[in-house]
Design a binder for this molecule. Sequence first.
Ligand SMILES: [Ca+2]
Ligand SMILES: [Ca+2]
Ligand SMILES: [Ca+2]
Length: 91
Amino acid sequence: MDTITCDATSTCTVVMPLCDDMDTCTDDLCGPTGMCGPHVPIDRDMDTFPPIAAMCGTDCNDFVATIHPGAPESCNGIDDDCDVIVDEMCM
Ligand SMILES: [Ca+2]
Ligand SMILES: [Ca+2]
Ligand SMILES: [Ca+2]
């Protein structure tokens, strides 16, 4: 929910609720009442592994649920298990 504030020069600006928890590893959501939260860990592909980007976790591809540490290595030219080695011991 937006809030309207007026500064000293009487110009009105729309101010979004400040809900940033200063944690780049969480999505800062706003509840239905305009209150902040919840702050949910980022996991775009919902494989329970947070992205390695911004050092949030160990998921080297947070957009593909089959790619994460411990995933089976497939012979597909992609590092499926996030050990930086492509197609090692692949099946
Ligand atoms: Ca993930
Ligand atoms: Ca690998
Ligand atoms: Ca592979």
